[in-house]
Unconditional design. Structure first.
Length: 267
């Protein structure tokens, strides 16, 4: 006999339909949940990107603002330095002009000083024009320098030479006699004595020289070697008088010129 109805344990149509509907609802809910999450993630990513963009824009703007400030500071510093440099250049130009003016004045003063020195030396030389020095005469305690000078001048060729005064010059020095400084009254006698003293006193232990100023000995020593060479190698004899080296006739000898030019007229 056949059994009627649904098998044991099986679901009815109604329950199957309800199960299918429930499963479909679950799938729909799952799909909605997934879409909602995707939308949320997309929205969150967009917000993050926008925030990053805003942050970068703000940072760039801040850096640009700082660079603008630095640039403005450099510009102000450059302008200030430019003005200061311009001022320094102007001051330097003024200083150069002042230095040049001072150098010109110094040159003028040096020339004036040199000219005055030459003039003073010439005046002193003129004041000593009648003076002679007797060098090498032994010194004694009770000597009469005027008589000594007159005897020496007589040996040279002037009898009873008019002498203004005669005396030892300078401080006493051990083992060396001081010069006898003599002032002759007549200048022509001085010239005669200077011209003839060398040859007349060649055998004596003393000799007569001109009374030089403090400046003239330096000029005399300056050319001493050249004068020595001229005499021993070329036969040109010079003597120092009046602040320069001269030939026998009194003509000044230019030691700066060439030897050939000067030897063209040696006498």
């Amino acid at each position: 006999m056949s059994q009627r109805g649904r098998p044991k344990g099986s679901l009815g149509k109604k329950k199957l339909a309800e199960a299918a509907a429930s499963e479909e609802q679950a799938l729909s809910l799952s799909s909605l949940t997934q879409e909602s999450m995707e939308d949320t993630l997309e929205g969150s990513s967009a917000v993050t990107n926008r925030q990053l963009t805003d942050t970068l824009d703000a940072s760039i703007q801040l850096i640009f603002s700082e660079l603008q400030k630095i640039r403005a500071g450099f510009k102000r510093a450059i302008e200030k330095n430019t003005k200061e440099i311009a001022g320094l250049k102007a001051a330097n130009t003024q200083l150069k002009d002042r230095c040049q003016s001072l150098e010109n004045k110094l040159g003028e003063l040096s020339k004036i000083h040199l000219d005055q020195g030459k003039s003073i030396n010439a005046q002193e030389r003129h004041s000593r024009g009648n003076n002679l020095r007797i060098v090498g005469m032994e010194e004694s305690g009770n000597e009469d320098c005027v008589k000594i000078a007159m005897n020496i001048f007589e040996n040279v060729g002037i009898r009873d030479c008019a002498i203004d005064r005669a005396q030892r010059d300078g401080r006493p020095v051990d083992d060396r006699s001081r010069h006898i400084l003599v002032k002759v009254v007549h200048f022509k006698d001085t010239i005669f004595l200077m011209k003839n003293a060398r040859s007349s006193l060649v055998q004596k232990d003393y000799y007569i020289v001109e009374d030089l100023t403090k400046v003239d000995p330096a000029e005399k020593r300056r050319w001493r070697q050249q004068v020595h060479d001229l005499h021993h190698h070329h036969g040109v004899r010079l003597h120092f008088s009046g602040g320069c080296w001269r030939l026998r006739g009194g003509k000044p000898y230019n030691l700066l010129c060439s030897l050939a030019d000067n030897r063209s007229d040696p006498k």
